[in-house]
Design a protein around this ligand. Structure first.
Ligand SMILES: O=C(O)CCC(=O)C(=O)O
Ligand SMILES: [Fe+2]
Length: 310
């Protein structure tokens, strides 16, 4: 192994959802319950943007319709720990020769205790090691945008893709309750459907249902990803560019099993037993809150665009 220098290094590869196209990673115990409680309390103190069926918080600001972040504000302090934790995840095959890849001082990729459910302070504090992190090649070298979505039971998000506003790596932290993410190849939808289903979830939540147009077999090559509370899902590559993702607006998730849930082997054993004992049908009883962390490609200083001529 390339990084034998770290005693307890747990490369991201161990968390790859191997039944999915390249690439998706699922880390069941990314946060501790105590960290989740603190985050949920912090989130509850922030103002919400209310949509028809759910609420969201775009931090540090909503994107413009053209996908720009018009602010130089950083992520608020209560999200800095999660962003830092994401920077500590790394691949085993990083060769350390990342000089041309926007390495910044936060690329001190840590031996990943977090993925083992061991508590790390959310403020970071890792030993400096150079590895290939998930944002090592992104323009800002870190997530600069976090969209917080709240899903009371019965709510979801229509199938969509996140589009060209972001570096194609998406990190989603789940809090409060489980959710099932449906992932479908774009080819299952007509081009008109994919046109209307794109990007909009990210700029204020006006995503549209994409069930119009000619019917194709929506289930062919489709996957379910079960997201436990405290978990992290990372999608990138072909998963980002060639697939739509969505969450059914339902109070009941059915048909859950070893054969239908792509990340089944990565779920906690207790969760697998719970699903099996429930005959593959779970009620959504609590509100699920997600933090979707991404690097917005185009950041502009609104003050410079519209501001003073002094
Ligand atoms: O809440 C989620 O897991 C998905 C959110 C999402 O797809 C988005 O914000 O683009
Ligand atoms: Fe999305």
């Amino acid at each position: 192994m390339a990084n034998a220098d770290a005693d307890n290094f747990h490369p991201l590869e161990a968390y790859r959802i191997t039944s999915l196209p390249q690439a998706a990673y699922y880390i069941p115990a990314f946060l501790t319950p105590a960290e989740s409680d603190v985050l949920l309390a912090d989130i509850a103190r922030q103002p919400w943007t209310t949509l028809t069926h759910r609420r969201l918080q775009p931090h540090p600001a909503p994107l413009t319709p053209s996908g720009h972040l018009l602010t130089t504000k950083q992520l608020p302090p209560f999200l800095a720990g999660v962003a830092q934790r994401l920077l500590e995840l790394s691949f085993a095959d990083g060769d350390g020769n990342d000089g041309d890849k926007n390495i910044n001082s936060n690329d001190n990729i840590n031996v990943d205790a977090a993925v083992m459910g061991v508590s790390l302070p959310l403020t970071g504090g890792s030993k400096p090691q150079r590895r290939q992190g998930i944002f090592s090649s992104s323009p800002h070298g870190r997530p600069n945008h976090v969209l917080i979505n709240e899903y009371p039971p019965g709510t979801g998000i229509a199938p969509h893709e996140d589009g060209g506003a972001y570096f194609p790596v998406v990190c989603t932290v789940s809090l409060g309750a489980h959710i099932v993410l449906d992932v479908t190849p774009k080819r299952n939808y007509t081009s008109t459907e994919t046109d209307t289903a794109t990007t909009t979830a990210t700029n204020g939540g006006s995503e549209q249902a994409s069930n119009g147009g000619k019917e194709k077999d929506k289930d062919e090559g489709a996957y379910k990803i079960f997201q436990e509370p405290l978990s992290l899902l990372i999608t990138m590559g072909e998963m980002y560019t060639n697939h739509l993702h969505g969450i059914a607006a339902t109070t009941t998730d059915g048909g859950l099993s070893q054969t239908t849930v792509a990340n089944w082997p990565l779920l906690h054993e207790d969760t697998r037993k719970h699903i099996e004992a429930a005959g593959g049908v779970l009620q959504r009883e609590n509100v699920r809150v997600s933090l979707t962390c991404r690097d917005v490609l185009k950041v502009k200083d609104a003050g410079r665009l519209f501001g003073s001529r002094r």
